[in-house]
Design a protein around this ligand. Structure first.
Ligand SMILES: N[C@@H](CCC(=O)N[C@@H](CS)C(=O)NCC(=O)O)C(=O)O
Length: 231
């Protein structure tokens, strides 16, 4: 199967980490091709329509967008299940992932890129802190005592949201944004995630992430992601 399934990835990328976590949790054999996002190889433009990682090449199929890739892997490789059995549970999972994608993560890039714009920084800081508090409340309500965001079952929500939470040190370092004291449930969840072998295999420390995001914080980032986040 490894010959048949290839992930185009970058170690720095939280979205690629989402997919690496799913591949590891499911034990899917694959080839991983690492690219340098600041010096992309010429062939990358042919395989990645948005010029972004991750991209999954599975036989004749090329799939991009981390959430779509992860749902594809969930359907193509059914064990272990990473989606709830009940429709309402799957809806809660997708709501959590959509919130991360649509609201939370863009605010984390925008607060960095707004280097010289204190009003924008204050706006995005509010979005991030509200988001963390909201995730705490949601996680407490959904989890009903289980260790994962939706309770007893690890799902695509945990694996999609975790990579951005691993990078919270970037916000603290450059913009003084901390995980609020009242987010005890999120702290416990982060610790539980970091006990998983999949996370241990992909984890980087705070210093690594802080260095990797310096070009966003000093607003010199000029890649595709920075262009999209500046819109
Ligand atoms: N919505 C995309 C986002 C992927 C993304 O933004 N990837 C970044 C790296 S973290 C990238 O490849 N950026 C290319 C660039 O900045 O030139 C997904 O979920 O896969």
């Amino acid at each position: 199967m490894a010959d048949d399934l290839k992930l185009i990835s970058a170690d720095v990328c939280p979205y690629a980490q989402r997919t690496r976590l799913v591949l590891l949790e499911k034990g899917i054999a694959h080839e991983s091709v690492e690219i340098d996002l600041r010096n992309k190889p010429a062939w990358f433009e042919d395989v990645s329509p948005y010029s972004k990682v991750p991209v999954l090449v599975h036989g004749e199929h090329t799939i991009w967008e981390s959430t779509v890739i992860n749902e594809y892997l969930e359907e193509a490789f059914t064990e272990p299940r990473l989606t709830p059995a009940m429709a309402a549970g799957r809806a809660a999972m997708r709501i959590a992932i959509a919130y991360d994608d649509v609201t939370f993560v863009p605010a984390t890039y925008k607060v960095l890129l707004a280097r010289d714009e204190p009003e924008k920084q204050a706006l995005y800081r509010g979005v991030i802190l509200d988001g963390l508090r909201m995730m705490e409340t949601r996680a407490m309500a959904n989890a009903a005592g289980g260790p994962w965001l939706l309770g007893e079952q690890l799902t695509l929500a945990d694996l999609s949201i975790y990579p951005h939470m691993e990078r919270l040190a970037v916000l603290r370092e450059y913009r003084g944004i901390e995980l609020p004291a009242e987010c005890g449930r999120l702290r416990e969840w982060l610790s539980a995630m970091q006990e998983r072998e999949s996370v241990k295999a992909t984890l980087h420390d705070d210093a690594y992430h802080i260095a990797a995001y310096a070009h966003y914080a000093d607003a010199t980032a000029n890649g595709t992601t920075a262009a999209v986040m500046r819109l």
